[in-house]
Design a binder for this molecule. Structure first.
Ligand code: ZN
Length: 258
């Protein structure tokens, strides 16, 4: 099943929905708890999609594709290399990524995002599928120059708008071999399959949950394939994941308040 969050009008309240073809039906309740599906009587084009989840925490995984680690002259870590992005980084499909004035090198990292469905600590690899609600496409936007300056990546990964998610959550995706591509202005920049993840999806859930309790709605960004590159004013960036869909965002310079 495909789950979306949307608004009927730009300023109206967010609603949960489910998708069939190009139609949306309302979900009463929450897909992360109890819910009831209503008839799919809205057109997908007639509503405003927003990020399909508002996570309590976003856990990123660094250097989880060997070819991406190599393009930065870095080794693949012995254990998953974790970092946080604050929930304030999240934007939805169609929303604008803002280039902050502090960085002159903002880059795209296309990634498969795991959405947690069931609370857990010390989740085993075998139990992991049961704790995963579904998957969506993500862009782990990164201020590369600031990342290279800092030991901790909070600043480089944490600017507002640096975590586009969407367009919806797919609850049936097989994460073993999902193709991820990223294109900027129609030009292919990144391509990789989750089959090449150093630490695959279920191992990541098990490892992270050995440190912190994973809660429903939490998001794990599983790492990016090689080919990361710059995002510039006016760009249109697309993350496509086979079996999910395409997340599209525009890029603009951030306006600094007077
Ligand atoms: Zn990343």
């Amino acid at each position: 099943m495909r789950i979306v969050r949307f608004k009927r009008e730009p300023n109206s309240v967010p609603l949960w929905g489910w998708i069939t073809g190009d139609r949306i039906g309302l979900l009463e309740g929450s897909p992360l708890g109890k819910f009831k599906r209503q008839k799919a009587d809205l057109s997908l084009e007639g509503v405003h999609l927003i990020a399909p989840v508002q996570p309590g925490k976003i856990i990123g995984v660094g250097r989880n594709f060997a070819a991406h680690a190599a393009e930065h002259g870095a080794q693949v870590p012995e254990l998953p290399l974790l970092f946080f992005k604050p929930p304030s980084t999240v934007i939805g499909p169609g929303a604008t990524i803002r280039l902050p004035p502090q960085s002159s090198s903002v880059e795209h990292e296309a990634e498969l995002a795991i959405v947690i469905g069931k609370r857990g600590r010390w989740i085993s690899i075998d139990e992991a599928p049961d704790h995963i609600f579904g998957y969506t496409a993500a862009l782990d936007v990164t201020a590369r120059d600031l990342q290279q300056m800092d030991d901790q990546w909070t600043r480089a990964k944490g600017f507002d708008t640096f975590c586009p998610l969407g367009p919806w959550i797919d609850t049936d995706l097989d994460p073993a071999d999902a193709l991820i591509t990223c294109s900027v202005n129609g030009q292919l920049r990144q391509m990789g399959s989750t089959r090449d993840l150093v630490f695959p999806v279920y191992e990541l859930v098990a490892y992270i949950s050995s440190i912190m309790t994973l809660e429903p709605g939490d998001v794990v960004l599983t790492g990016t394939p090689s080919g990361v590159g710059p995002l510039l004013e006016g760009d249109e960036v697309k993350v496509e994941i086979d079996g999910i869909g395409t997340l599209t965002n525009r890029v603009r310079t951030e306006n600094i308040p007077e």
